[in-house]
Design a protein around this ligand. Sequence first.
Ligand code: GTP
Ligand code: MG
Length: 433
Amino acid sequence: MASSEVARHMVYQSLVGIKATCVTSQPCKEERITDEDPRSLTITGHVGFESLPDQLVNRTLQQGFCFNILCVGETGIGKSTLIDTLFNTNFDHCGSSHFHPNVRLKAQTYELQESNVRLKLTIVNTVGFGDQINKEDSYRPIVDYIDAQFEAYLQEELKVKRSLFNYRDSRIHVCLYFIAPTGHSLKALDLLTMKHLDSRVNIIPVIAKADTLSKCDLQKFKLKLMNELVSNGIQFYQFPTDDETVAQLNSSMNGHLPFAVVGSTEEVKLGNKMVKARRYPWGIVQVENENHCDFVKLREMLICTNMEDLREQTHIRHYENYRRCKLEETGFKEVCPEKKPLSVLESQEIKRYDSFCELQRKEEEMKQLFVKRVKEKEAILKEAERELQAKFEHLKRLHQEERIKLEERRRNLEEEISALGKRKAACELKASL
Ligand code: GTP
Ligand code: MG
């Protein structure tokens, strides 16, 4: 299918069900259109709204599309090579060293054009993933990055004067999760990371460098991985089967997950045509040969068939989830305690009232705390005063006793002096006789 036809097909899909119908709803008491089924009428001549899908296609083509891919995988696992191979170009990535203390995310945006379809493609790479000794928190920067993009969109949505129409959407539409071709089982790091990502992003697991495993080992590995993903409750993206034009293809592709991929941008001459391949001493692995690997399946599913669904799922499932949790966290409710639906204004009013009550409760608490503290301080001061008074009384008593003793000694000394004086006078009298 040509790219403009693909775009048209997508819009047609979203408009499926538009028939010559007429809404004959009767305004109810609140002057609202009711949910009654519209009455079907037949139109007798050309009206023109059949061009609506074309109008939409033209507008979307003018606007261009955006698609954001997150590549999660260990350093050197083949992320950049696969992206180059998928988009048939060289994105000029630079490899990363194995010595990063933390996992970092690096986003780069490119403008691509195929026929008259313009695509703003953002590739976000994990730098240093799997290189640390302690990998317990390696998933956190990835989760934070995804949430930050949701938050930015939510903030734009909540602005009074918002411009979502030309907003540069940075939400991650798909996460290609690169699994190392160990042939054994998933690493704890992979399980933990996928577990934290699966409610936030559409995950497509891929077995990287699949040419390093034999066909038989690969089949066993795929089965093992699927069992592990399912038994650990990890949700990964399922190609949708509700659109009958792609239902069969998508459901058969769901059975091939996780895709075992090989990446290479090297062109090798095979017969009289050039093919993308990896060259080995014993022969070549053709990237686009379905007997050699699942690269074509991945490209078909990711780009040609389900790109729009991935964008849509990001908005209606993952973003919606984030938005609901965030608004609930900030106190927005959709139903009141009596389970009656609430409008945003009513919800805000309830939230304002709740905050007011909470404020009053806190104020009352603070007052009581203040009074309690003042009383405690008063009691402490009184106790100190009492202690001081007792000390003073004690010292006064000691002083009094000391004074009495001194007085007593002074009297005794005076008596001794007078006795000595008398004895002296008697001696002098005796001597003069
Ligand atoms: P960083 O950005 O440094 O984390 O690496 P990366 O994950 O982007 O890996 P990159 O694409 O740079 O590839 C690393 C090496 O693996 C290169 O030597 C590639 O040629 C090789 N490589 C890439 N894809 C494949 C593959 O499918 N099979 C094999 N055997 N080697 C591959
Ligand atoms: Mg790279």
